[in-house]
Design a binder for this molecule. Structure first.
Ligand SMILES: *Cc1c(COP(=O)(O)O)cnc(C)c1O
Length: 221
């Protein structure tokens, strides 16, 4: 199956209004180019160095989303060009993104990553921490970031009821934040769903899916 065909197949089952982020980590620039030529413009990467190299080689109208663990000392490397940082999991990181965005005279879109998996290994804010952040800090505290919503990853399991339960919890929390914490008009994105679970995520209210393997095939680490 070609990358273009995979993208067409995924698009055909995504409801209107759900954004496809093609997760291109570990794939070569020429493979990303195939997706670009098929009309895909939004790509997700999880490592700073790899993203910097690819950004320098590929067309400037790509919207790069950072989705991996981000060390605060590396924010400066991607701040000049990154479109969205989806994996903001500490206030410290949020502050550093705000600082670096200011230095580049940019406003960087971010999603707050929420820990929803029942397994312990995943990153993210606890819901209570996120609630406190959105409730207690005025948006003006971070003038150079735009908090555009939430991101979450479900447990990696075959138990679809568990995955559904985790996505439902995140959707309910997203609605609670929108309705009770006034995070602003830009707070519209709920990024959840990967190759193995995106149909469940979409049924649970996802607005953005991050799909790697089903677009590009398996990764060679
Ligand atoms: C790698 C990755 C994905 C894509 O995973 P696939 O299973 O290949 O679709 C999505 N989100 C995050 C945060 C990732 O690190």
């Amino acid at each position: 199956m070609s990358v273009a065909q995979n993208i067409a197949d995924i698009r055909s089952v995504l409801p209107a209004g759900v954004t496809l982020v093609a997760v291109s980590k570990f794939h070569l620039p020429q493979t990303i180019r195939e997706a670009f030529d098929a009309g895909q413009r939004i790509f997700g990467e999880s490592r700073v160095q790899e993203l910097m190299v690819k950004q320098s080689l590929l067309p400037p109208d790509i919207e790069w989303h950072f989705i991996g663990t981000l060390q605060t000392n590396k924010v400066k490397n991607i701040a000049p060009f990154v479109h969205t940082i989806q994996s903001v999991d500490t206030v410290r990181l949020l502050k550093e993104i705000d600082r670096q965005a200011a230095g580049c005279h940019r406003r960087i879109r971010v999603l707050l990553e929420i820990h929803i998996a029942e397994e312990a290994s995943k990153h993210g804010f606890a819901m209570e921490e996120c609630r406190a952040l959105l409730r207690d800090e005025p948006a003006s505290a971070y003038p150079n970031v735009c908090i555009a919503g939430l991101m979450g990853m479900a447990t990696f399991t075959d138990d679809t009821t568990q995955v559904q339960r985790e996505f439902q919890r995140l959707h309910a929390f997203f609605e609670e934040m929108k309705n009770n914490c006034s995070p602003g008009d830009s707070f519209t994105e709920l990024s959840m769903g990967m190759s193995g679970d995106y149909p469940i995520a979409v049924a649970c209210g996802s607005t953005m899916v991050r799909i790697g393997t089903a677009v590009f095939g398996t990764r060679n680490y």
